[in-house]
Design a protein around this ligand. Structure first.
Ligand code: ADP
Length: 491
């Protein structure tokens, strides 16, 4: 049950509200009870003062024979209150008059005060040397509680101590009523808050439940579905929008992967079909001449090379996509790498009688993965040779320009149509499919430029087609150059 956000929200809400209400209740109860006690105390002190005045007046009254007990009774009759008891002590600490001397029926709750007046704590309280009437004391008895004030009365007839006792029973009852009211009011408030909070949470989280059920129904086959956005400005709307954007990216990458697999299998199918076809044709007859076998084996070798190259390219790209290709950057010399690539491209160029020219600045220090740079140069040179007519020139230029190195491969081929120039870097894209296959024994699968561009990117550089028209094409790679050493060149 606690796994539900609705329930957890409701419980938290109720807990916080409960704490706030409890704090307010305790605080206001404390303030009220304190002010109630203050009011009670000041009423007792006032009553005590009034009683003392009356008592002194009664003592001075000649008609009452100035007998303290009679004067006390007169004063008590005058100041009789429901919850109040008076006790008068003489200078020796003897109780000589109390409210219980009056011939009136006392409130049953006050009867206990009779015992209290006779008790030693009260006697001690009454006989203290100089009692302060405002310093009241709470005195508990068996079933009640009293507030007591003591006052010294100095009269010509002698010194007396007046003790005023007031039952705190009504105050206690009032406070108990307030407590009960708080108990049930807080309980009802919490119950209502729980019910309201639960419905509120359910209402607010309804879009989440809807999103969850929509998301559950989504899979590879319906990735184009999107979550419903009820209000794009609120938090849940923002969440739905973010999920939809994520779905869009997923769909795009899913589609890219699907196309990649479809294109890859398409590319692999052709050489495999050629291998199988050639083998079957050759094996269909027993009496083949050695020359025929050589011819077939030559085709098989070319196709298996082509197959191996496609598989290797695919493997490189998949690892690059997955971020698993570790690029080993080392200090190297670009001029050396360029010369090596030219040597390896020489046989391809010779087959078409293409002249390979190079203009390579010496001591071009570079921080690079040599294998990858070599591969990139070969891909570019291979393309330049592949797509150029015989007896033309292919030129490789490498130089440092400020803080970067520039590698250009220029050919005198037919150029790439403008509308296709951006697409040639796409995977499996070939501007002219038939020519690509027919013209090269290692006819590419349309992956060469994708790999070359990835290699440039992996070195924090970039590869572009800088010019392409009927006079030829120029591919330029720009790579960051390491800082020039103080004393350039190896020792
Ligand atoms: P491929 O394996 O087909 O060579 P690439 O990715 O290397 O694949 O090249 C993609 C396409 O770009 C090629 O099929 C070709 O049409 C075009 N292309 C690449 N380089 C050149 C070039 N130097 N001259 C003309 N067209 C080129």
């Amino acid at each position: 049950m606690l796994d539900s956000i609705r329930v957890r929200l409701t419980l938290w809400y109720a807990l916080v509200l409960g704490l706030v209400l409890a704090f307010l209740a305790v605080f206001s109860y404390f303030l009220y009870s304190r002010s109630l006690m203050q009011r009670t105390d000041s009423a007792i002190v006032e009553l005590s003062a009034a009683f003392a005045t009356t008592f002194i007046a009664e003592l001075a009254d000649t008609s009452s024979s100035a007998v303290p007990s009679i004067a006390a009774r007169e004063a008590m009759a005058e100041h009789r209150f429901r919850d109040t008891v008076f006790g008068l002590f003489d200078s020796s600490g003897n109780l000589f008059a109390s409210s219980f001397d009056l011939p009136v029926e006392q409130d049953p709750r006050l009867i206990q005060a009779k015992d209290l007046l006779a008790s030693s704590p009260l006697r001690d309280f009454a006989t203290q040397p100089d009692p302060d009437p405002a310093a009241l004391r709470t005195l508990p008895v068996a079933q009640g509680i009293f507030r007591a004030s003591a006052r010294r009365i100095a009269a010509p007839a002698g010194n007396f101590t007046l003790v005023v006792l007031q039952s705190l029973h009504p105050q206690r009852e009032l406070l108990a009523d307030i407590r009960h009211t708080f108990y049930w009011a807080i309980s009802v408030a919490l119950l209502l808050a729980c019910i309201g909070g639960y419905f509120l949470a359910r209402q607010s989280l309804a879009p989440v439940a809807a999103m969850a059920s929509q998301a559950r129904s989504m899979g590879a086959t319906n990735l184009h579905h999107r979550l419903m956005v009820t209000n794009s400005r609120d938090e849940l709307g923002q969440l739905a929008l973010s999920i939809n954007q994520l779905l869009e990216r997923l769909e795009a990458s899913f589609e890219q992967q699907r196309r990649f697999v479809a294109d890859a299998s398409h590319e692999l199918r052709t050489p495999v079909a050629i291998l199988r076809g050639e083998t079957e044709v050759t094996l269909s007859t027993d009496d083949r001449s050695p020359a025929e076998y050589r011819e077939t084996l030559g085709i098989l070798r070319d196709e298996s090379r082509r197959l191996a190259r496609i598989v290797e390219d695919l493997f490189t790209l998949t690892r690059a996509d997955a971020g698993q290709y570790s690029v080993n950057l080392r200090d190297a010399y670009l001029d050396e790498l360029a010369t090596q690539a030219l040597v390896r491209a020489r046989s391809l160029a010779a087959a078409k009688d293409i002249t390979l020219k190079s203009s390579v600045q010496p001591d071009l220090l570079i921080r690079a993965d040599e294998t990858l740079i070599d591969r990139m140069l070969l891909n570019l040179l291979d393309n330049a040779i592949k797509y150029s007519p015989p007896h033309t020139v292919v030129e490789l230029t490498c130089r440092r320009k400020g803080d970067h190195l520039s590698i250009c491969v220029a050919d005198q081929g037919p150029g790439i149509p403008l509308e296709l120039q951006l697409r040639i870097f796409e995977r499996f894209f070939r501007a002219d499919q038939t020519r690509s296959r027919a013209e090269s024994e290692s006819g590419g699968a349309g992956l060469g430029l994708s790999i070359a561009r990835w290699i440039a990117d992996a070195h924090r550089g970039h590869l572009e087609l800088t010019r392409s028209d009927s006079s030829g094409s120029v591919f330029t790679v720009t790579l960051p150059a390491p800082e020039m050493p103080a004393n350039p060149g190896p020792g």
